[in-house]
Design a protein around this ligand. Structure first.
Ligand code: ZN
Length: 384
C-alpha cells in the first residue's frame, strides 16, 4: 500500500509505503495532498461506546467487537478495554469476552491489553465516583491472578487507591509481574502517594476526577500527584469532567510529555442525544456529549470519543494538533512500553495510521489502517 498525505507534525506531503503490516518507507513528496496523516489514537481508558459496554451482564464477544469497530471509524486504532469494579464473577466474564473477541486477528491488533479500574479503590463518596460501593474491597493477589488467567496474561494496567489496606505491597507485586500501576479513585494522604510512587506506581488515572466535590486547599491528593514527576497523568478532556483552565494548568504542571488523553467513554457515548432508561437509572445524553443522570447535575460517565478529546485539548490549552495527537498515541504507548511499535510514523513501526480532515475544531476521519489493513474508510475518500 502506498499513501500520500500531509504529515501531522511537519505539514509536508509525504508518501508512506507499507508491507507486512509495517511502515516500509517514508519519503517527502511533491504531490499535492489535501488530507492529513497521523498515527491512529490509543485509548487506555474506555468502558464502552455506542450502546455497548465492557462491563455488566450484557457483555459478549460480539459487543466487544462492536466497540472496537466503532472506534476505528473515529480514529482510534487501539484501546485498553477497561473493566471496572464489580463482583469477581462479572469481572471474569468481561475478561473472557474480551479474550474471545481477540480470536479475530483484526480485533486482536486493536486490543493492546486490558485496564482494570477498581475494585481496590476508596469506598468514600466522591473518590469512589460511580463505582458500586458494595463491590469495593482491599487488594487480593489470588483474585488478581484469577483475572490475569482469564485475560490470558493481557492485563497491562491496574488503577487502585494506595491508601486501601495492603495496597503498597500489592503495587510491588504488580510491578514485579510487569503490570503498570495507576492511582485513582483515591482519598490518599501525601504519605500514601509517596509510598505508592516508591513502590513503582506510574500514572494518575483521570486526575481531578473520581474526587470529592470539596477538598482541603492544601495539602490534598491532587496537588500531591501533580507534584510527582514519576507519575504521568491521564485526563478526560471532554469539556465536562474538567474545566478548560484546569486542563491547561495540569498540562503545564506535568509537562506535555507526561499527559495522556483518555476518553473514559461509557456505553452511552456516541449515542444520539436523548433520555435513556436503563434497569437501574435514567440517563440523559446531550448534543455536546455530556452524559448525566437524568434530572440531576451529576455526570454518569464520559460521552465523547478520544479524537474529540484531542480536538478539545487544542482548544483548551493552545497546544498544536500534533502535540495533542501525541498525548493520545505516543504518550500512552510510552507508558505501556509499546512505543517501539506504535505512537508515531516511523519506518519499522506497525502501519497504524489515519487520514483525516482538520478544520481547527474537529478531526474528521476518512480512512484508518491498523497493522497495514484498512479497517475503515468513508466511501467518498477511498483513495488507497
Ligand atoms: Zn474512573
Amino acid at each position: 500500500m502506498k499513501i500520500t498525505a500531509k504529515h501531522y507534525e511537519t505539514y509536508q506531503p509525504i508518501t508512506i509505503e507499507t508491507g507486512d503490516g509495517q511502515i516500509q518507507s517514508i519519503a517527502s513528496s511533491t504531490e499535492e495532498a489535501d488530507l492529513w496523516i497521523s498515527p491512529t489514537l490509543l485509548d487506555i481508558q474506555i468502558n464502552g461506546f455506542g450502546g455497548h459496554s465492557f462491563n455488566g451482564e450484557q457483555v459478549t464477544s460480539e459487543s466487544v467487537k462492536e466497540i472496537v469497530t466503532h472506534q476505528w471509524s473515529l480514529g482510534i486504532g487501539a484501546i485498553c478495554p477497561t473493566v471496572t469494579t464489580n463482583s469477581q464473577e462479572r469481572m471474569l466474564h468481561s475478561l473472557r469476552c474480551i479474550r474471545e473477541a481477540c480470536t479475530d486477528p483484526l480485533i486482536a491488533n486493536s486490543i493492546l491489553g486490558i485496564h482494570i479500574e477498581g475494585p481496590y479503590i476508596s469506598p468514600v463518596d466522591g473518590p469512589r465516583g460511580a463505582h458500586p460501593l458494595e463491590h469495593t474491597r482491599p487488594p487480593s493477589w489470588d483474585e488478581f491472578c484469577a483475572w490475569q488467567d482469564a485475560a490470558e496474561g493481557t492485563i497491562c494496567l491496574l488503577t487502585l487507591a494506595p491508601e486501601v489496606e495492603g495496597a503498597i505491597p500489592f503495587i510491588e507485586q504488580l510491578v514485579d509481574s510487569g503490570v503498570i500501576v495507576a492511582l485513582g479513585h483515591t482519598n490518599a494522604e501525601a504519605e500514601d502517594i509517596d509510598a505508592a510512587v516508591r513502590a513503582g506506581a506510574r500514572l494518575s488515572t483521570h486526575l481531578g476526577n473520581g474526587a470529592h466535590a470539596t477538598i482541603r486547599r492544601h495539602p490534598n491528593y491532587i496537588w500531591e500527584q501533580l507534584a510527582r514527576d514519576e507519575l504521568m497523568a491521564s485526563l478526560i478532556v471532554d469539556g465536562h469532567h474538567l474545566p478548560p483552565s484546569v486542563v491547561k494548568c495540569m498540562l503545564r504542571c506535568k509537562g506535555l510529555k507526561n499527559i495522556i488523553l483518555v476518553s473514559d467513554a461509557v456505553s452511552f457515548a456516541g449515542m444520539p442525544p436523548g433520555r435513556y432508561e436503563t434497569k437501574e437509572r435514567a440517563v440523559e445524553v446531550s448534543a455536546d456529549g455530556r452524559v448525566s443522570l437524568a434530572d440531576t447535575p451529576y455526570l454518569a460517565g464520559a460521552g465523547l470519543d478520544l479524537a474529540s478529546c484531542v480536538a478539545n485539548a487544542v482548544q483548551f490549552t493552545g497546544i498544536s494538533l500534533a502535540d495533542a495527537i501525541c498525548a493520545a498515541c505516543l504518550h500512552p504507548a510510552t507508558l505501556l512500553s509499546r512505543d517501539d511499535m506504535l505512537g508515531s510514523l516511523e519506518v519499522g513501526k506497525r502501519a497504524d495510521f489515519m487520514l483525516f480532515d482538520w478544520n481547527n475544531e474537529r478531526i474528521e476521519v476518512k480512512q484508518m489502517a491498523v497493522a497495514g489493513e484498512i479497517v475503515y474508510r468513508t466511501e467518498k475518500e477511498a483513495v488507497l
